[in-house]
Write a protein of this length. Structure first.
Length: 646
């Protein structure tokens, strides 16, 4: 937002000559009235401007000595350029330094000069006066200059002929040309006072949060700019103050002010002091004393909160969860609580049918008279020969049938013997089984079938900390940090089954390979409020910092190793009693949640985020004016002041 100081253009060429007459009283009165009117207008504009702002957020005071030094540094470049010009009417220009006068909300200056009138080969010495106005540009204040009065103090080498009309005309022409060139070139070469108010440039998104545990993963840039909607200049005897406002309100009706007097200027000071006290807790007199800059903490917190509200800062901690070597294994006895649940002894019997031979050979089907030739249908001659063959066949078939049935009877007799022996053996096995079951002693009403050993290993773990937003309070005493965590744990479970102490019981686990599980817990939210302190650094910066002492955060992981295990189809224990298959044991009985020791609750997805203290810091850099004057930050109750002293 630009601001302007209205200038009153007066162009007069006054020759300080030997024959010049003294100014008339009415001219002096007219000039006084003009000055009073101009000052009243500037005063009115200042009142109106102050009524349009919500608050004073920045106050930059440049002391008159520093103003003169800073502007003349810039003017030196212009002077070198201008003194090199040759218009044809004047040459050999020498310019002095701008000497400023500050009063009545106006800035004026006096500039000594000398140049040669080429047509007369004589030198003119004198000074020019100028009115100035400031405009607030980006990162600089531009000072407009209008030279509106010139005083000729003496003319060398042509003193004897100074009264001639021709010489007077030549001098007047060169003076006009000089003034015109001076105003033209100064407009093309405006004086400026660069001001670097980017005192928040020390806020590096990668260094806001520091932790010994967490390393930077990614960060989006943070842009915090000191941007004012309007600057209001306030000119006092010892310098100029630029009051910056970031928010405006509707302008009131036009003010009606009487003639300038001490009361009006006092009222203006009171109005400004009231705004400063309300916004920053500082007085106008304190600001005017030295070159300085004051920034409201309320404004600063708003600017920082806007930039930090959508911060995307991610850091990662690897191996946040590990297991001690002594804690990674545990064993569980798989037991049978009731021996009556053992298989029935009838199941110990052998299948006798498997030992029997196939005795039914179908002798009547394979042998007998039906296999011999039928002679009843033949003629007598052929029948005689047929009957002879038939008798021989029947004799053979009868013999074969006899032998077949004899072997079949022998097979049945052998099967009867084998069956009898098998049944006797089965009766013995059942008897022995029953005796063993009766003699089987239960330990605490349980039979140990096997010992299951699990070896748990956390092969990888990491947590990503996502800082989603930060919020300062109005006085920069505390900051609320909004964080989100994504935790991940990769685990491996190995298995081993040892033999039972009972020789009649044998068990084996179907799963032989380790079971891998990826457990996770996303979008864990946490908001913490951190108290802030201030630390002055050796390089002149000011650090606002706080320690975030986060307690261990218990978390529950999803897709736990335990859930993965009991849903596994091959996490099955196969057991036999006296070689009799036993019923499958449910997986929840094979491993219950209560069997898992407290050191390995990671199997149930229960763990915690453990990390060291975090440090949150923001660096406030100095303000520089014209790249030469450095103002260092100091923390006050309701504002931050920037002064020359560290």
């Amino acid at each position: 937002m630009h601001f302007y100081i209205k200038n009153i253009l007066i162009f007069s060429v006054l020759f300080f000559l030997i024959s010049a007459c003294a100014p008339l009283r009415d001219q002096e009165a007219s000039q006084y009235e003009s000055v009073e009117e101009s000052a009243l207008e500037e005063l009115k504009k200042t009142y109106e401007a102050l009524d349009t702002i919500q608050s004073i957020d920045i106050a930059l005071n440049v002391h008159r000595d520093d103003l003169s030094s800073l502007v003349n540094m810039n003017f030196k470049d212009f002077s070198q350029y201008f003194c090199g010009l040759h218009s044809g009417e004047f040459s050999n220009v020498v310019l002095g330094h701008l000497e400023f006068t500050l009063s009545g909300q106006q800035i004026s200056s006096k500039l000594d000069f000398s140049f040669q009138v080429d047509a007369l080969q004589g030198k003119i010495f004198g000074h020019v006066k100028a009115k100035h106005e400031f405009q607030a540009g980006r990162d600089q204040f531009i000072m407009g200059t209008n030279f509106d009065e010139i005083i000729i103090e003496r003319v060398e080498q042509v003193e004897d002929n100074i009264k001639s009309n021709e010489n007077r005309h030549l001098i007047a022409s060169s003076v006009k040309s000089f003034m015109k060139a001076l105003n033209t070139e100064i407009r093309n070469f405006p004086l400026s006072m660069p001001v670097d108010m980017n005192f928040l440039k020390g806020i590096n998104e990668q260094e806001i949060i520091r932790s010994a545990d967490y390393k930077l993963h990614s960060a989006t840039p943070i842009h915090i700019l000191t941007k004012m909607r309007k600057y209001i200049p306030y000119i006092h005897n010892n310098g100029i103050v630029f009051f910056g406002a970031s928010e405006l309100k509707k302008s009131p009706e036009n003010l009606v002010l009487s003639s300038i007097g001490p009361r009006l200027w006092s009222d203006l000071d009171d109005k400004i002091s009231s705004l400063l006290d309300k916004s920053m807790g500082v007085s106008l007199e304190a600001i005017k004393e030295h070159s300085s800059c004051y920034v409201s903490k309320v404004y600063l917190s708003k600017q920082m909160n806007t930039a930090l509200s959508n911060i995307d800062l991610r850091s990662i901690k690897k191996y946040f969860f590990t297991l001690d070597q002594k804690d990674h294994s545990f064993s569980k006895e798989v037991v049978l609580r009731d021996k009556n649940l053992l298989p029935l002894c009838d199941e110990v019997k052998k299948d006798c049918s498997k030992s029997l031979q196939e005795c039914t050979r179908g002798c009547d089907d394979h042998y007998g008279f039906h296999r011999c030739e039928d002679c009843s249908t033949l003629n007598p001659f052929e029948k005689v020969r047929c009957v002879s063959r038939q008798e021989a066949c029947r004799t053979k078939e009868e013999l074969l049938l006899y032998e077949c049935k004899r072997d079949e009877n022998r097979c049945n007799d052998k099967n009867d013997h084998v069956l009898s022996e098998c049944q006797a053996e089965n009766r013995l096995l059942v008897s022995q089984c029953s005796e063993k079951k009766k003699s089987l002693i239960l330990s605490y009403d349980a039979i140990t079938l096997a010992k299951l050993r699990l070896d748990v290993e956390v092969v990888n773990s990491y947590v990503i900390q996502h800082t989603k937003g930060m919020m300062f309070d109005q006085h920069l005493d505390t900051i609320e940090v909004d964080k989100e965590f994504d935790a991940n744990v990769d685990s491996r479970i190995g298995f081993e089954v040892s033999k039972s102490s009972h020789s009649d019981i044998a068990c084996s686990l179907q799963r032989r390979e380790p079971l891998f599980t990826h457990s996770f817990s996303n979008h864990l939210r946490q908001k913490v409020k951190v108290s802030l302190s201030v630390e002055a650094c050796d390089d002149g910066t000011l650090t606002i910092k706080g320690k975030n002492r986060i307690q261990n955060m218990p978390i529950q992981l999803n897709a736990t190793p335990y859930d993965n295990l009991i849903k596994d189809d091959i996490f099955v224990l196969d057991c036999h009693y006296l070689n009799i298959p036993m019923p499958s044991i449910p997986q929840t009985e094979l491993l219950d949640k209560s069997d898992i020791p407290s050191e390995l609750t990671v199997m149930l997805g229960r763990t915690e985020l453990r990390f060291e203290d975090e440090e949150i810091s923001f660096r406030i850099s100095p303000v520089s004016v014209n790249h030469t004057m450095v103002l260092f930050p100091h923390m006050l109750t309701r504002s931050i002041s920037f002064k020359k002293e560290r």
